[in-house]
Ligand binder design. Sequence first.
Ligand code: PRT
Ligand code: MG
Length: 227
Amino acid sequence: MSASSPFAIPASGQLILALSKGRIFDDTLPLLAAAGIVVTEDPETSRKLILATNDPNVRVIIVRASDVPTYVQYGAADFGVAGKDVLMEHGGEGLYQPIDLKIAACRMSVAVNAGFDYDSAVRQGARLRVATKFVQTAREHFAAKGVHVDLIKLYGSMELAPLVGLSDAIVDVVSTGNTLRANNLVEVETIMQISSRLIVNQAALKLKRERLQPILDAFERASSAIP
Ligand code: PRT
Ligand code: MG
């Protein structure tokens, strides 16, 4: 394998940024531009998982949103961008989280079928079945409220669960609320506001500080301009 192979393990001067396709990739592009970095391939049209940039020392890898913290934790990527929802589930081990980038904003909420009286069920101490991808966050939320729940782990399309009787409630991220409305679901509780964070591998932060710091500074400046 030649030194220029895109599959080579990153040399110490090389930086690898882990992003997920879609809103995180799209919202990170302006922050990269502020650091003078332009991704020269489009993940929506290219099948490549390692994308070049105008800087030969910076490459972007495309992974599932929930896998970004794992790549950064193990140092396969030096830094990455991940939602607070994803970071809460991961736990944050091995990760330094210097900047709230304020991108991909949404909220984590509890939602139920329009006809379901959530407040009464909670008051009466009913045991609720809750379907979610975010089991850690949901467990902590309901434990803090003293509500007994049976958590059902799903990997997507949480909105379907109450419609077909799989659960009484869901915990999911909501942005416009259109998906909930389209499925006759009602948001009954906001658990927390969510945005995406820059995450950095703790060893890379020490060993590659000279190369990383200017990028972190540019991200910080660009994201503080986001209201
Ligand atoms: O899609 P995949 O299963 O690979 O993973 P993912 O859904 O975690 O990734 P992605 O790229 O969809 O989201 C990445 C991050 O964006 C999440 O971790 C959140 O932090 C953030 N984000 C912001 C959102 C939304 N807004 C959002 N609306 N993530 C998901 N959604 C979903 C929402 O759950 C609903 O089902 O989009 C749907 C539409 O939302 P409404 O409310 O606008 O209708
Ligand atoms: Mg998605």
